[in-house]
Structure formats: C-alpha cells, structure tokens
Design a protein around this ligand. Structure first.
Ligand SMILES: Cc1cc2nc3c(=O)[nH]c(=O)nc-3n(C[C@H](O)[C@H](O)[C@H](O)COP(=O)(O)O)c2cc1C
Length: 369
C-alpha cells in the first residue's frame, strides 16, 4: 500500500492537530471552507484508549470519510498501549498514525510524554516500533520540536530519522521555548539536510508561525520542506488555508471580504453540526472558543459575543445566531449580494476573510491543551 505522504502534492499543506479545537466538527467546517491537503486528529491518549473507560478518548478519533486523508495522533508512554491504540486507529480507517513527541505542556512533560520523550530516545524508539507493530500497513510519523532545552537537530532529529519514519513534522522551537520567540526555520533546513543524508524517504513537514497557505508557499524556495503545517493562524481566520490565485487577488482584493452574514451563517453551521455530532456527549460551552474564530471583526461583534458567551445550550446559541443572521442579511450592502451570485455555494466562494480580530481576544477564548 502506498503511503499517503507519497500521494500528496508538493509542498502540501497540513492542518495542525490542536486539542480542544480540531475535533471532527471544526475539521469538517475547514473542509468546506478550504480543505487542507492533510488533516490530523486532536491527540488521543494511548493509555486512555486501552483503559476500561475509553469512551472519552475514542471521541477524539471520530472522523467522517470526507476528512480523508487524515492521520490519527496519539500521545502516551506505554509501548503496549501504543501498539493497541495503533491497531484500533488502523481499524477505524485512518491514513496514518502520528506520535506526539512535541507537546510541551507541563503536565504532559512531567509524565515523560509528549516532548518529554526527547529526553528518553530509547523509550521513543520503543514507541515507534510498537506503533509499527500495531498498524503495520500504515505510515508512521512523529511530530516533535527542535530539542528539549536547546536546538538539537543532529542528536534528536537525527535519532528520529534513523528510525526511518514515513514523516517527521518539526515545530521549529525547543520544548523549553513553549510558544516564546519565533520559529527557527533555518533549523528546519538543517533537518532537511540531515534527512537527505540519513533517511531520504522520510517526508519532512515544517511547522511554526505560518500565517496562511500563501505565507507557507512563499517560504518554500528558502525552506524546501515536503509539507507545511499550519495551526494557530486558523483561529484568527478559518480562510487562511485557502490557496489564492494571486492574479485574482490583485484585481479583486476589495471584493473579497467575507460578509458578516456569511460569518454568522458559518458559525451557525458549526454549532448545528456540533449538536448533531456530539449531542449531549460534549457540552455546548466548548463552542465559546470559536466565537472569535468566526465572528471577530464583524459589526456589533461585542454585543453578539456577549450574548453567545451567556448561552449555555446549543439551542440558545442557535437562536442568538439566527436573530443575528436575519439582521445581518437586512443590513447587507448590495455588493455583498452581488458576490453571492458569483458562486454556486457560499462555502465554495473564492472570497476570503479580511477581518482583523485582536490576537489576544482569540487566544483568551482558545485556552486549551
Ligand atoms: C490550542 C492548541 C492545541 C494544540 N494541541 C496539539 C495537539 O493535540 N497535538 C500536537 O501535536 N500539537 C498541538 N498543538 C501544537 C500545534 O499543533 C502546533 O504545533 C503549534 O501551534 C505551532 O504551530 P503554529 O505556529 O502554526 O500554531 C496545539 C496548539 C494549540 C494552540
């Protein structure tokens, strides 16, 4: 079976795994808005999946066939649990399995999991072997950082490349950096050089501080990765994954703003999908993190946000959004209607978000993981 990584375009764009954010609902919305070439699940705890009460952890691996190609991401410490979890993910029909060796959240590090594995290469190798044994037909990748306290491309990334992974994704910061400073893309070039020497068949994916697909593609000449992974930028604007035709953009830049009515209707769709898929299994309160993602920047955002943050159920949120949508449709200027006529479906629109939400506002509402 040919690895999914071989079938992807070069360079490809992957949506980063983000716990509490990139569940099947948000991924499906992204597929409608601007489907990336590759999706990842939020990370799922290998030991939890093997526990007597695996339900909560299995939820993190729910996906829909429209999300292919999609990779299941696992975290944990026990090779035996990884082996069983990988076999489970394989039965679910994933296109690959990724092992998290990059999460630098204190709780995860303290268990020796996530980026904690950087300190214990032997344990990391055992986990990779266990995943291969559990899912022998699936490509196996690792998502990691440049090192623990210091950049350690030769030592750590070199070690991972010796494991002949199908793909290696590197968030270009050390674990100690968390999200501080900026991503070191020159270090990604060092990873590529090492890959060429040690394991030419391993696909290298660069990650860190990419603001859009266009931004990623503009870096490719200088940083020739096989794929780029984009994370937080999507929380500022779900349209950033869209590949834009630069000629079209130059000529029609002013006509591309997504109308407030469209933003509200997208969020309404997200809430409705969340209710349909998760029902009572996930509390509607988690949707509050997406208020700014879809709506920041539209007129009357502050009042709308206040009403949504007071809502406790899907039904309450949907009611608030329906009222707001009706009002936004009334207020819509004539050119917005014109733009709607240009496309078959609102979600197939070539238009992109030009809203400018405050970064702080967004991160405040996305405090997860
Ligand atoms: C809210 C949030 C949740 C995250 N959850 C995960 C996760 O489950 N697995 C993982 O490997 N990385 C996770 N990350 C890290 C991202 O995948 C990505 O590596 C990081 O944000 C850097 O990329 P960016 O600068 O494009 O955001 C998370 C990041 C954020 C902000």
């Amino acid at each position: 079976m040919s690895s999914v990584y071989r079938r992807l375009p070069r360079p490809f764009i992957a949506m980063a795994p983000m716990k509490g954010i990139t569940d099947t609902v948000f991924r499906r919305m992204l597929c409608e808005i601007a489907k990336p070439d590759l999706l990842y699940t939020e990370f799922a705890w290998a030991e939890g999946l093997c526990s007597p009460k695996p339900t909560r952890f299995k939820q993190q691996l729910e996906f829909h066939t429209t999300e292919h190609p999609i990779v299941a991401q696992l975290w944990g410490r026990s090779p035996a649990a990884f082996e069983r979890a990988a076999a489970f993910a394989c039965r679910l029909g994933f296109d690959g399995i990724d092992i998290n060796m990059g999460c630098a959240v204190r709780k995860i590090l303290k268990r020796g999991t996530g980026a904690g594995l950087i300190a214990t290469p032997k344990a990391a190798a055992e986990i990779i072997a266990a995943v291969r044994s559990g899912a022998p037909d699936l490509p196996v990748s690792v998502k990691t950082r440049l090192g623990m306290n210091e950049v350690s491309v030769e030592h750590w990334c070199g070690f991972l490349l010796e494991q002949r992974l199908d793909a290696l994704c590197v968030h270009a910061r050390t674990a100690a950096q968390g999200y501080g400073g900026s991503a070191d893309w020159n270090a990604i070039n060092a990873v590529i050089a090492l890959r060429n020497r040690i394991s030419p068949d391993t696909v290298v994916i660069g990650n860190g501080d990419l603001s859009s697909t266009d931004h990623a593609l503009s870096l490719h000449a200088r940083h020739p990765v096989d794929g780029f992974m984009i994370g937080r930028a999507v929380l500022l604007d779900p349209y950033v994954l869209q590949r834009r035709d630069s000629a079209v953009r130059r000529d029609r830049a002013s006509a591309h703003a997504v109308s407030p009515a469209r933003c509200i209707s997208l969020f309404r769709e997200h809430v409705a999908l969340h209710r349909r898929i998760w029902g009572k299994r996930r509390h509607a309160g988690v949707l509050k993190r997406f208020v700014a993602v879809y709506l920041a920047g539209i007129p009357e955002y502050t009042q709308l946000r206040r009403r949504l943050l007071r809502s406790e159920t899907h039904a309450e949120m949907l009611a608030v959004l329906s009222t707001a949508a009706a009002k936004a449709r009334q207020d819509r200027p004539a050119h917005a209607d014109l733009r709607m006529h240009e496309t078959n479906s609102p979600l197939e629109s070539q238009s992109f978000h030009v809203l400018e939400p405050s970064h702080k506002e967004k991160t405040d509402e996305c405090r997860v993981g």
